[in-house]
Design a protein around this ligand. Structure first.
Ligand code: ATP
Ligand code: MG
Length: 400
């Protein structure tokens, strides 16, 4: 049930209150609860200082103590408890240079980005809603707490966050907030690429990504973002929620470029996923038979290929050629995957050394090719996955 996480963590709020302080749920969890959406994590805000929280609970972890955040471990779960804060001066349109702990809830919610994110709620599900956030939730409106220009001037990430919430929640953006987004967009140039990508990922995976992606272009957001600024992002059509890596792969596929992916400061796994998507785009038009599809499933795995199939609207809108639906469809993928004889190189009953010994030859570039041929032959059941049979097959079928 939607209330579970709150009920589980209610004793934390009560313990803080019994020690003489205030404590509330706040932020995304309260918003999502009021909207009837699933709640994934809970943030607790309190008048108690970090040291006071550490004194109240037996098991705490000071994960962000200087910013006021202490992890309270309760019933083997971690809960983030953050002291009420007011933010000091902002520099360079990004996070404040200092935080100040305060004892007043109003000051804490006042520095939050949007009214829908500035609602506090106690353990009896009573809300403290100084900025009419609940009304905005009911009216499906994203509106800054206070003057939009000032709030975006303080921290330009809020512009992207607002668009991210629009995409996830399918809300409208209040006209004054939208105007300020347009006016302040260039300040996003001051943000770190890491913070941008966290929000951009969520935006692209939101239900309304097909609506919000064109807005990003209209607002000229990408003009201020490393890597993206080198591409004609408006030429990409987003027809459904899309993974960040797939969008990057589309950009690079449509417009091969020397611009280094390293500018995005993403993980190696993420880079690998991008390159894998590009390889798939290149291979797709050549998958004309079930036999070719079988090797394709072996090479890339069913989950990424199912995802590619799910994204076929977006891919075809961007001019990518998918193989014929009679060949490339979910049923065939599943059937092929379930009947694959081997799933990876190491499942083969021979390795390079076995082949060299059996043929009494010295290694060379030819070996790689032969191993690939064996692999494909096993996958297509042209040879059983048995050492002696494979060696015979190589001797009779492969020219070396
Ligand atoms: P999600 O459900 O995706 O976690 P969220 O609203 O909880 O959404 P978080 O990034 O987890 O978003 O931030 C928690 C809360 O902190 C927000 O709801 C908001 O009140 C506040 N907040 C986060 N980032 C900012 C910011 N840049 N400026 C002002 N307030 C912020
Ligand atoms: Mg959150």
């Amino acid at each position: 049930m939607n209330k579970d996480l709150f009920l589980q963590s209610a004793p934390i709020l009560q313990q803080i209150q019994e020690s003489g302080y205030e404590a509330y749920y706040v932020g995304g969890s309260v918003r999502d609860y009021l909207m009837g959406r699933p709640i994934h994590d809970i943030d607790i805000t309190t008048s108690a200082a970090p040291e006071e929280i550490e004194a109240i609970f037996d098991h705490t972890i000071p994960i962000g103590k200087e910013h006021g955040t202490i992890n309270v471990v309760y019933n083997h779960e971690n809960y983030e408890v953050t002291t009420f804060r007011a933010e000091g001066e902002y520099k360079d349109h990004r996070r404040p240079s200092e935080v100040r702990f305060v004892r007043d809830l109003y000051q804490d919610v006042e520095r939050r980005d949007f009214t829908i994110n500035a609602i506090a709620m106690d353990e009896h599900f009573e809300i403290k809603d100084f900025f009419n956030g609940y009304n905005d939730i009911k009216n499906k409106v994203i509106k800054t707490v206070g003057n939009a220009e000032e709030r975006f001037d303080e921290d330009a990430l809020r512009i992207l966050r607002g668009l991210r919430f629009k995409s996830q929640l399918q809300f409208q953006i209040d006209p004054a907030t939208y105007q300020a987004m347009a006016d302040k967009m260039e300040d996003t140039a001051f943000l770190s690429i890491e913070r941008i990508i966290v929000e951009l990922r969520k935006l692209l995976e939101g239900v309304d990504a097909p609506l919000v992606y064109p807005l990003l272009n209209q607002l000229e957001f990408f003009k201020f973002v490393p890597f993206f600024k080198a591409f004609n992002t408006a030429a990409i059509k987003v027809k459904e929620p899309i993974k960040f890596e797939l969008l990057i792969a589309l950009l690079l596929f449509k417009e091969p470029s020397e611009v280094a992916l390293s500018q995005l400061k993403i993980s190696n796994d993420s880079k690998k996923a991008i390159h894998q998507f590009i390889n798939i785009f290149e291979a797709l038009p050549n998958i004309k038979t079930k036999k070719e599809l079988r090797v394709f499933v072996y090479d890339y795995g069913i989950s990424v290929l199912s995802y590619i199939l799910d994204m076929s609207n977006t891919l075809s809108a961007n001019g990518l050629e998918l193989s014929h639906p009679l060949i490339f469809n979910h049923e065939t993928l599943k059937e092929i995957d379930q009947n694959l004889i081997i799933h990876q190189r190491s499942d083969m009953m021979v390795n390079g050394k076995d082949i060299l010994e059996a043929l009494d030859l010295k290694g060379g570039p030819w070996l790689k090719e032969v191993l690939r041929k064996i692999e494909c032959a096993i996958i297509n059941q042209e040879v059983p996955n048995k050492k002696s049979e494979i060696v015979n097959w190589v001797k009779t079928h492969v020219e070396i």
